[in-house]
Design a protein around this ligand. Structure first.
Ligand SMILES: [Fe+2]
Length: 215
């Protein structure tokens, strides 16, 4: 069983990418770097076999208690200067996220199975609270070793998930997040936009609001 230590392959991949990122600030250049680098990690199935075994056996890595935005998300590495983070996502058959935006650039790809991505464009002028009109612009399918990408805010509205009948694993690298504290979710059928908070932030926010009721 793997110990709670970060596997060497993850540490060395992230060190290599951290070095590569130095001096790069443009979102598109960061995306380009990780689209070059991530496939080597995506093809390392034995490593992800070990990581999944560790999760099943309670090995302590990745940390199941670490706060994440999505409930199928696990943090594999966070860069010490917050330049990027490496995350693993676990998907049951046919499972997809809701349509959402991001606070940073991201590079995404499957380790096993296939990853389905739907990209959207916002068509309204953002003048109405709670209203957003989207059109689907693209459907992408990635096989193991292939990647796609996202960009911050309205430049990267998408829905991703597992189009297959088997459970699968994907990886995402995200850049330094904007200090927004939430992402937007979209209900395309009803032209609605709503905020999604990470469960930990949501609990803190609700606790703060509930304090008023105790006075
Ligand atoms: Fe996403």
């Amino acid at each position: 069983m793997m110990s709670s230590q970060v596997p060497l392959e993850i540490t060395s991949f992230c060190k290599h990418c951290s070095d590569g990122l130095s001096g790069i600030t443009e979102d598109e250049s960061c995306v380009e770097l990780f689209r070059d680098e991530l496939p080597s990690l995506l093809r390392n199935k034995p490593l992800f076999g070990e990581i999944l075994h560790s999760l099943v056996d309670g090995g302590g890595y990745p940390d199941l208690g670490h706060s994440t935005m999505f409930d199928n998300e696990l943090l594999l590495h966070a860069d010490s200067s917050r330049l990027f983070s490496l995350r693993m996502f676990l998907w049951g058959p046919g499972e997809y996220t809701v349509i959402h935006d991001h606070n940073s650039w991201g590079v995404i790809g499957p380790v096993s199975g296939a990853l389905g991505i739907f990209n959207y464009k916002r068509e309204d002028n953002e003048s109405r609270d709670g209203y957003a009109r989207l059109i689907e612009t693209e459907e992408v399918r990635c096989l193991p070793g292939e990647t796609t990408f996202t960009l911050p805010l309205n430049r990267g509205i998408h829905k991703i998930g597992n189009p297959t009948k088997e459970s699968m694993v994907s990886l995402s690298v995200y850049g330094k997040p904007l200090a927004r504290g939430y992402i937007n979710g979209f209900d395309i059928d009803n032209d609605r936009i709503y905020k999604i908070f990470a469960p930990k932030s949501k609990k803190k926010m609700l606790a703060f609001q509930a304090l008023a009721g105790l006075k």
